[in-house]
Design a protein around this ligand. Structure first.
Ligand code: HEM
Length: 267
């Protein structure tokens, strides 16, 4: 089933009978498949609730305003080369060193390693490269911290990339990001399994975020719209636990990138 209406999407996300499609539980310890079997994102019921609580506690120790300042400063230091900045800032805030030694001669950054594991983490596509990246991350952090880095990486970079396509001089980063989340989301769909029928349900976030019953002039990109009830951070039982952190990291990057095209602030 393919869901496109906002109300139906919310009803599915609210209903415990719909669960994330199960992932395999027999991966060898330390591999990508093993990691996916350990995390909140792909678990259900009490196990999900416990794993999620641990992540929420970790996130409560991070200050979004500080993430924003750090992301802006790092983007400026790197002369606007912002790729990897959100993950490097998040890693550092979570106590993970940015440079990891892979061997005596090769070193890499945490964000490169996270990037190598991140797409397989969500899709389930296994590869020797993804397994090596997971093994490397496990030398640096525990599963909860790795979960946060892997969950946040592609979505936050995708949000920045999409926002930059819509940015105009003088745009307020926060308003630009809010409307990008609604109208041009980095995460286009999420899936659930109906435990009663075995049917897989795809929730089309782009369509739900443009539902004419909920959003006036829904197709139009309008940063002046203000915060809206978009579903890009999910909803119901297991929404993204880090919308404020994600927005802060993305806004920090945009603060640095849009600063030069912004008119001077009135004193
Ligand atoms: C623009 C950036 C982001 C977007 C659009 C986003 C969106 C989402 C969505 C839709 C879900 C729920 C998936 C579902 O219900 O099927 C989710 C889950 C999650 N997100 Fe985010 N996310 C973003 C950034 C982040 C960041 C930066 C972090 C970490 C700091 C993070 C941590 C998580 C975690 C841990 C979960 C799993 C929650 C659970 O299992 O209950 N996300 N995210």
């Amino acid at each position: 089933m393919h869901i496109t209406r906002h109300a139906e999407a919310r009803a599915v996300l609210d209903d415990a009978a719909y669960v994330p499609p199960p992932v395999r539980q027999d991966g060898a310890k330390g591999t990508l498949a093993w990691l996916r079997a350990q995390v909140s994102r792909f678990s259900t019921g009490e196990i999900h609730a416990g794993r999620r609580r641990a992540l929420v506690e970790l996130l409560a120790g991070l200050e979004p305003a500080e993430l924003r300042r750090a992301a802006a400063a790092m983007t400026e230091e790197r002369d606007g080369d912002w790729r990897g900045v959100p993950t490097a800032v998040l890693a550092s805030a979570l106590g993970v060193e940015d440079t990891a030694t892979v061997s005596a001669t090769v070193s890499t950054t945490v964000s490169t390693t996270v990037s190598a594991a991140a797409s397989g983490y969500l899709s389930g596509e296994e590869s020797p490269q993804a397994d090596a990246a997971v093994a490397q991350l496990l030398t640096l952090a525990d599963v909860s911290v790795i979960t946060l880095l892997l969950q946040g990486h592609a979505a936050t970079e995708g949000l920045i990339e999409n926002a930059l396509r819509h940015a105009k001089p003088g745009d307020d980063p926060w308003a630009l990001l809010e409307e990008t989340l609604r109208q041009d989301p980095p995460l286009r769909a999420t899936r659930r399994l109906d435990t009663r029928t075995g049917e897989t349900v795809t929730i089309d976030l782009v369509a739900a975020n443009r539902d004419p019953d909920v959003f006036a002039d829904a197709e139009r990109f309008d940063p002046a719209r203000g915060p809206s009830p978009h579903l890009t951070f999910g909803s119901g039982i297991r929404p993204c636990p880090a919308p404020g952190h994600a927005l802060a990291l993305a806004a920090g990057v945009l603060d640095a990138l849009l600063a030069t095209s912004r008119p001077p602030r009135p004193r």
